[in-house]
Write a protein of this length. Structure first.
Length: 260
């Protein structure tokens, strides 16, 4: 997390020794890593190492999803896939702060209690084939105004059943694999829309709003990143196995050495 022993040619020498996180980098599962200086984010002084290791990805993404990609408004109904994950649990908290009504989707009823601590209005098991019916029952038959989906996969078309007229489905990943192609005619009936999300592009036009909002809320515990598991660097293969088996809740962090 410290920039290390030196900076490269043309890099501000004042960065050396500052406490930073790096966004959008591969090769981070190591004690030392070379990163692009433009990807660095200063870590607030009151963040511990665990929070410092993940705030600039999941917290920024969650805020930008709610306030930039979807522009969630008070009293809208929002559905959050993978609500037991770090981004999903933060989206719940941030959307609730915006006055929305939020439904969390999780893969199994054993995850309900974990998600309920973040304040959703309801939690539904999306492994059930009738989960869109649950969404419509909660919304008076209308469906959700916004659906955030990081899973995609062959069950993604169910989002079209759960979305309201003029609703917006946002895909932020495809952890369950690629979704079937959706013909434009499928969107016409409800005048709904679908879009993708990458943090970088929204952050480029945000003016740093996500930083100011998330730093304050995380520091005073208004919002919380649930860091539930820690793995030593030597056990990185087990961390990947646990993720692929869908055993993880919240965020997992990797100990690379030193203080954490």
């Amino acid at each position: 997390m410290w920039p290390g022993r030196c900076g490269g040619r043309g890099v501000d020498a004042a960065l050396v020794g500052q406490r930073v996180a790096a966004n959008g980098q591969w090769g981070g599962n190591a004690e030392f890593a070379a990163v692009n200086a433009t990807s660095l984010v200063s870590v607030p002084p009151d963040f511990d190492w665990k929070l410092a290791s993940c705030f600039s990805t999941c917290a920024y993404s969650a805020w930008l999803l709610v306030h930039s990609a979807a522009r969630v408004k008070a009293d809208q109904w929002v559905v959050v896939h993978s609500a037991a994950g770090a981004v999903g649990s933060l989206v719940i908290q941030i959307a609730k702060s915006a006055g929305a009504q939020v439904i969390g989707l999780v893969g199994g009823e054993h995850k309900f209690e974990f998600v309920e601590q973040f304040g959703p209005d309801a939690v539904i098991d999306y492994l059930r084939d009738d989960w869109p019916d649950g969404v419509k029952a909660l919304t008076g038959g209308r469906g959700a105004d916004v659906i955030f989906d990081g899973n995609a996969g062959d069950r993604a078309p169910m989002n079209l059943d759960a979305i309201a007229p003029l609703g917006h489905i946002i895909y932020l990943g495809a952890s369950a694999g690629q979704a079937p192609l959706v013909p434009p005619s499928m969107l016409i009936g409800k005048s709904c829309s679908m879009s993708g999300f990458v943090q970088y592009f929204h952050q480029a036009i945000s003016g740093g709003a996500e930083m100011a909002a998330t730093h304050k809320a995380l520091a005073d515990d208004s919002w919380r990143i649930p860091i539930e598991r820690e793995f030593d660097l030597a056990d990185i293969a087990e961390a990947h196995r646990a993720w692929e088996a869908r055993e993880l809740l919240g965020r997992a962090v990797i100990r690379v050495g030193g203080e954490l």
